[in-house]
Design a binder for this molecule. Structure first.
Ligand SMILES: C[S@@+](CC[C@H](N)C(=O)[O-])C[C@H]1O[C@@H](n2cnc3c(N)ncnc32)[C@H](O)[C@@H]1O
Length: 303
C-alpha cells in the first residue's frame, strides 16, 4: 500500500538521531559511542523499531525518554548496546596475584570483623563472580563451616546494568566456551554438571549474589555496602572520560580503607584519579585505597 511507513530493514539511523541516542546513552550509562559506532547502533537497535512498529529512530529516542513503558524499553536497549563478553578465570596473572598476595593481605585487614566483601562491578553473565568465589573458597583463609565464633561472612557481589546478564548470572549455567581459560583441575574442583551445562559447586555458589545496578547510580551502589576489593575489568574502556572519572570516584567511596581495585589489563587510572596508591605485586600492579583514607565528605562536589 502506497504511503505506509517503512518498518525495520528500511530504516536508517540519521546523523542527528545518532547524536540524540548517543547523548542519552552517555548520560545514563557512561557508555561512549564514537562516530564509527553509528552503523552498529543502527543494526543493533533496528529490531526494536520492528517489534514496536516505529518508523524512525527519532520516535525510538522519544519513546526511551518519554514513552509509556520507557523503563522496560530502556532495559531492552541496554541489553542490545552493551558488550557482555566474559569467561571464567579470565586474566590468570591477575587472579594469581589476587589469590597469593591480595587475599592474605585482606585477611589480615579484615580478620577482626571476619567479614569479606568482594565486588565485580560490570559482572556481565557472572563468570568473574564465580571465579572469584572459587578462588576465595579454595584459599581456606575464610572458613565458613566452623563454629560461629570462628566463622567468616564472605560475599561476592556481582552487578551489571544489563538485566538479561544479571538473570543469566543468577542461573549460573555455563557452556564450553565459558571454560576456555579454565584448567581441567579448576573445572573438576569448582564445577559440576547441571542441565544445560556446568554450574559452580554449592560452597562456591553460596558466596555469590547478583544485582541489577548501574555503576553511575551511586544511591543503588550504596545499598551493596562497602567492599574490600573491587574488580571492574573491561568495563570502563567503553566509558567516556567524564563517566570514567565519576565511576572511579564512586568505587573509591565504596572501598574500605586498604581495599584494592582491579582494572582490566589494558586499563589504568592515568588522568582519571590520583586518590589511589599503586600496589606493586609480584605478578601484577593494583590500585589501593590508602589505609588512612577518611570517609567521604557527602558535601564534596563531584568532579
Ligand atoms: C565486557 S563486560 C566485562 C565483564 C567482566 N568484568 C570481565 O572482565 O570479564 C562489561 C560489562 O559491563 C557492563 N556495564 C556497562 N556499563 C555499565 C554501567 N554503567 N553499570 C554497570 N554495568 C555496566 C556491561 O553490561 C557488560 O556486561
Amino acid at each position: 500500500m502506497a504511503g505506509a511507513p517503512p518498518f525495520g530493514e528500511d530504516i536508517v539511523l540519521k546523523a542527528d538521531e545518532f547524536r540524540l541516542l548517543r547523548d542519552l546513552f552517555a548520560a545514563r550509562t557512561g557508555l561512549h559511542f564514537g562516530p564509527e559506532s553509528r552503523f552498529s547502533m543502527e543494526r543493533r537497535l533496528r529490531e526494536r523499531l520492528t517489534v514496536l512498529k516505529l518508523s524512525s529512530f527519532a520516535e525510538y529516542h522519544h519513546l526511551l525518554r518519554f514513552g509509556a513503558g520507557a523503563a522496560a524499553e530502556w532495559d531492552e536497549a541496554v541489553d542490545l548496546l552493551t558488550t557482555n563478553e566474559t569467561y571464567l578465570f579470565r586474566e590468570g596473572r591477575q587472579l594469581r596475584a589476587f589469590e597469593s598476595e591480595v587475599l592474605p593481605r585482606l585477611h589480615d585487614v579484615t580478620r577482626t570483623r571476619r567479614r569479606l566483601a568482594i565486588w565485580s562491578a560490570g559482572c556481565a553473565t557472572g563468570e568473574e563472580v564465580y571465579t572469584l568465589a572459587a578462588i576465595i573458597h579454595a584459599s581456606g583463609l575464610f572458613p565458613r563451616d566452623v563454629p560461629s565464633d570462628l566463622r567468616w561472612d564472605v560475599n561476592v557481589y556481582g552487578f551489571d546494568i544489563s538485566r538479561r546478564c544479571v538473570a543469566a548470572a543468577r542461573r549460573g549455567i555455563y557452556g564450553e566456551s565459558a571454560f576456555r581459560a579454565t584448567t581441567p583441575e579448576q573445572r573438576d574442583a569448582f564445577f559440576e554438571r547441571a542441565p544445560g551445562g556446568f554450574r559452580a559447586i554449592a560452597p562456591v555458589r553460596e558466596l555469590c549474589h547478583f544485582a541489577h545496578v548501574n555503576l553511575l547510580d551511586e544511591d543503588r551502589a550504596k545499598l551493596l555496602g562497602h567492599a574490600d576489593a573491587i574488580f571492574c575489568r573491561n568495563v570502563l574502556i567503553y566509558f567516556e572520560h567524564r563517566a570514567r572519572k565519576l565511576a572511579i570516584e564512586a568505587l573509591y567511596d565504596r572501598l574500605n580503607p586498604g581495599g584494592v581495585l582491579f582494572l582490566g589489563h589494558s586499563e589504568s587510572l592515568l588522568n582519571v584519579s590520583t586518590a589511589f596508591e599503586l600496589l606493586h605485586l609480584k605478578e601484577d600492579l593494583v590500585y589501593r585505597k590508602p589505609l588512612a583514607a577518611r570517609e567521604p565528605d557527602p558535601t564534596r562536589p563531584r568532579s
